[in-house]
Ligand binder design. Structure first.
Ligand code: F55
Length: 829
């Protein structure tokens, strides 16, 4: 950042940076320039990937002028900045989003057409950056979109994984994972800033030293890596604002392994550099069950340490008084993955900036806030003291001191209650000494929030109960939201056009305006047009699936979708039991085929590669799909689709086409869900349990427009406490018995009873997520769905009301809640 030392004389160098002309000619000129001089090809010799890259660089050129401008404003205005710390950003494709934000869609389409290029073909080659697992990563992407749209100074910090979430393929119905080499065809949306690299240290030991009469501690690390930032532009929608997503890549330092260099083994030491570069190599594909792996802790510390240093070095002015840090920044912790940032900021303030411990702690506590995304005990991240102490010895000392002082506070408040002390300690003792990252985040954060009302309540009542007693005001709820730009405006252009025609264009940034559609639900003409859009979206999905080599949804079928990570708590098995039961019912004659609504069941889900049971469920879904699709007795009635490699791009085709949204987790297990919001917003009706944000969706759309089933969370607790015996439920409901028996009989495994035996016995004798207990209620609700769908007029009316009443689930609203109640930051216009 030594631009001030430049003494330019050329007039162009003194002028502000201007974007290319926002006209078809201006765009075409810039596009051809990028094609010729960037890609090094003539138009006639270019292939579609060249065209994609040139188009992307052209859009980037337009955004860049605004981005440079906003960086300059940020430097001078010194407003409070939201630093969102997240190990994952599940961005989805960039081209369309950025064209839309910059109002360039029509111009680009026309400019390319004049070059003889169909922009849709170019769109199709973009590989989405899948730098996240699921809901948590996608939430981060929605949040930074909203913050840019609301003109809030924000930096999203994360990791530039070389390999994102694996590509899923099926072999004989079973999941196989393939590497996601998303950077291979070029990466036009980010740009490296090697000059802003940070050196990140690991391992070694600590020592005390005399600093002019003051005893201080310093960390003497053993090895370093370079963190090189890559910027991505995050454009606001139609507001000319461009924020920054700064993702770090690990690069070996030259000084790496000097020892081997000096020993003369040059080739070996160059080879050893790849060790450092492994840190940003691959996204861990485990969602909700963190792997206590050393590389993962390295990733976490790597990106958080680089981000904190970057903010202090490059965003704050040189002479900044660090006591005022909380006025300038809030570090929002997206789950526990960045929580090692707490002792890191303490280390920077105490060891490097030489602040007193108490002053540093007061600052740190104001600079962090923590969002929890789970309730599953196995999902709460812990690090063994042994590992943490080896990799980050100084941080372990700092954590110990934080804990000592915290436990003194507990004793002052509650007396010497040793059980309470043990329960609240940041250090757990069993089964091994470990650091409980959620507790550290709770102690350090100014606020702790859950992601839906029920979830936040359960955090207060169970998972973090003692902390909530100690600090009731620390705990709050912010219900998740989704960006209406990507998930309505872009994904569903026809519905968007219909809404704009009815309500004007303002809804894209003020989603509560969708309320205006309520009145139109009773307008037969509007209902007809709404239904025509849904039908058109189904055909479009059919074309997308066929182009991938998959089958299209059946003609005239209800499209029943379950799209989310594969996990037992989400209960894809319950969905399968419904399908098998319906199939068995028709085939056995128990059900009159004419009473059954024709349906296409569509699944989209990846399983963590090491999660055996989840993989078996995938196998079962595919096996059932194959049998059902091949059986002439249910032809045209039941169809099961499971397109491989569900991702953001595919979601954007599925969601607008869906009729029924399956949100069937065991009550108390799904923190929020966000797919549930996207589907309701696009006019799907929900069949769901009283879990996560389903509770709030139902409250808003109304009971008549939502199919509720299953136990409530307190009922789940009660049944669990009295001793849950799934086999009792199997005995009690004949429909359930027949479905399970059919699976156990080998009907979906070519007569081989062993294939799904582990799955069946798990259901009958364990069923941790109580699928059998909720089965009867689920089937009854599905029968209500069938009956409701038979009255298409009433169904469409309900669908419209779902859209009209989903405005609350905009991530813009979620951002306002965070800004008002947690961040205390404001937009900077
Ligand atoms: C990823 C890595 C680890 Cl180590 C742990 C969890 C995850 C992860 O992806 N979690 C996740 O997606 N959680 C989900 O967060 C959503 C956004 O808040 C919620 O809607 C959803 O209920 C929750 O499961």
């Amino acid at each position: 950042e030594n631009t001030s030392e430049l003494r330019p004389t050329h007039p162009l160098a003194l002028a502000p940076v201007v974007a290319p002309a926002a006209s078809v000619d201006g765009f075409a000129k810039q596009f051809l320039q990028n094609l010729n001089f960037g890609q090094g090809v003539t138009l006639s010799a270019s292939d579609v990937n060249d065209q994609y890259l040139a188009l992307a660089y052209t859009v980037r050129d337009y955004l860049m002028a605004r981005w440079l401008d906003d960086r300059a404003t940020q430097k001078t205005q010194q407003a409070k900045t939201v630093c969102y710390l997240s190990a994952e950003y599940l961005l989805g494709r960039q081209l369309d989003n950025n064209l839309l934000a910059a109002r360039l869609t029509d111009i680009a389409t026309e400019a390319l057409a004049q070059c003889g290029i169909d922009i849709d073909a170019v769109r199709a080659v973009e590989i989405e950056p899948g730098l996240g697992n699921g809901g948590l990563g996608r939430l981060a992407a929605c949040f930074i979109d909203s913050l840019a749209t609301m003109s809030v100074p924000t930096i999203g910090y994360g990791i530039r994984y070389e390999y994102g979430i694996f590509r899923q393929a099926f072999a004989d119905g079973e999941q196989v994972e393939q590497p996601d080499a998303w950077l291979r065809m070029g990466s036009p949306w980010d740009f490296a800033h090697p000059e802003a690299a940070q050196t990140i240290s690991f391992a070694g030991h600590t020592e005390t030293y005399d600093d002019g009469g003051v005893e201080r501690t310093r960390w003497v690390p053993e090895w370093n890596v370079l963190a090189v930032p890559y910027n991505m532009m995050v454009p606001g929608y139609h507001n000319g604002r461009v924020n920054t997503l700064r993702l770090w890549r690990a690069v070996a330092t030259n000084a790496f392994d000097l020892h081997t260099f000096n020993s003369g083994d040059y080739v070996e030491s160059v080879r050893a550099q790849t060790f450092a570069e492994n840190i940003s190599k691959v996204l861990y594909p485990e969602d909700s069950t963190p792997q206590g792996k050393e590389l993962r802790l390295q990733q976490q510390y790597f990106f958080v340490a680089a981000s904190i240093a970057d903010f202090i070095d490059n965003v704050l002015p040189d002479d900044f008084d660090l006591d005022k840090l909380p006025e300038r920044v809030i570090f929002q912790l997206n789950d526990t993955h960045p929580v090692i940032g707490v002792p890191e900021l303490m280390r920077v303030l105490v060891d490097e900036k030489k602040l007193e411990w108490d002053a540093a702690w007061a600052i740190t506590q104001k600079c962090f806030a923590y969002t929890c995304h789970t309730l599953l005990p196995e999902a709460l991240e812990v690090w063994s003291v042994d590992l943490l102490g080896r990799l980050l010895p100084r941080h372990l000392e700092i954590i110990y001191r934080i804990n000592d002082e915290f436990l003194l506070e507990v004793r002052e408040r509650f007396g010497d209650d040793e059980l309470l002390i043990r329960n609240m300690s940041i250090i757990g003792e069993h089964p091994y000494r470990s650091v409980r990252m959620a507790y550290l985040a709770t102690v350090a954060g100014s606020k702790v929030n859950g992601v839906a009302e029920l979830h936040s309540q359960l955090l207060r009542d169970n998972v973090l109960k003692d902390f909530a007693t100690m600090w009731p005001d620390k705990f709050t709820n912010v219900t998740n939201g989704v960006t209406p730009r990507r998930f309505l405006r872009l994904a569903n252009p026809e519905l968007s056009a219909l809404i704009t025609e009815a309500l004007g264009a303002g809804w894209t940034v003020d989603l509560e305006r969708l309320r205006g559609l309520e009145a139109l639900a009773d307008d037969a003409d509007f209902r007809e047009r709404f239904a025509a859009v849904k039908a058109s979206n189904k055909r479009r999905l059919g074309r997308v699936l066929e182009a991938r080599g998959d089958a299209a949804p059946g003609d005239g079928h209800m499209l029943d979708v379950m799209i989310k990570r594969l996990h037992e708590y989400k209960r894809q098995t319950l969905k399968v039991l419904h399908i098998v039961s319906t199939y068995e019912g028709i085939v056995s004659g128990r059900l009159d085929v004419d009473d059954v609504q024709a349906r296409t069941f569509l699944f989209g889900a990846k399983a963590a590669p090491g999660y055996g049971m989840a993989k078996r469920i995938i196998h079962l879904i595919n096996a059932v799909g194959e049998v059902v699709s091949a059986d002439p007795r249910v032809q045209g009635k039941l169809q099961v689709l499971y397109p491989a490699n569900y991702n953001v791009t595919l979601a954007e085709s599925i969601i607008p086409a869906a009729d029924l949204s399956e949100q069937i987790s065991l009550a108390g297990k799904e923190a929020s869900g966000t797919g549930n919001m996207k589907l309701a917003l696009n006019g799907a009706l929900t069949i769901g349990t009283d879990d996560g944000a389903n509770v709030e969706i139902r409250k808003l759309v109304g009971d008549d427009n939502f199919f509720l089933f299953g136990m409530s969370e307190p009922e789940v607790e009660a049944l669990w406490a009295e001793g849950y015996r799934p086999a009792d439920f199997y005995q009690r409901d004949e429909r359930l018995r027949s479905a399970i028996d059919l699976i156990a009989s080998g009907a979906f495994s070519a007569g081989d009873r062993t294939v799904f035996e582990p799955l069946v016995s798990n259901l009958l004798y364990e069923d941790r997520f109580m699928a059998l207990a909720d089965f009867s209620s689920y089937l009854d609700a599905q029968n209500r769905v069938d009956a409701a769908y038979a009255d298409q007029d009433a169904w469409v009316r309900s669908a419209i009301l779902n859209v009209a009443r989903s405005g609350y689930f905009s991530s813009d609203r979620a951002m306002r809640d965070y800004l008002d109640r947690i961040w205390h930051a404001t937009p900077v216009i």
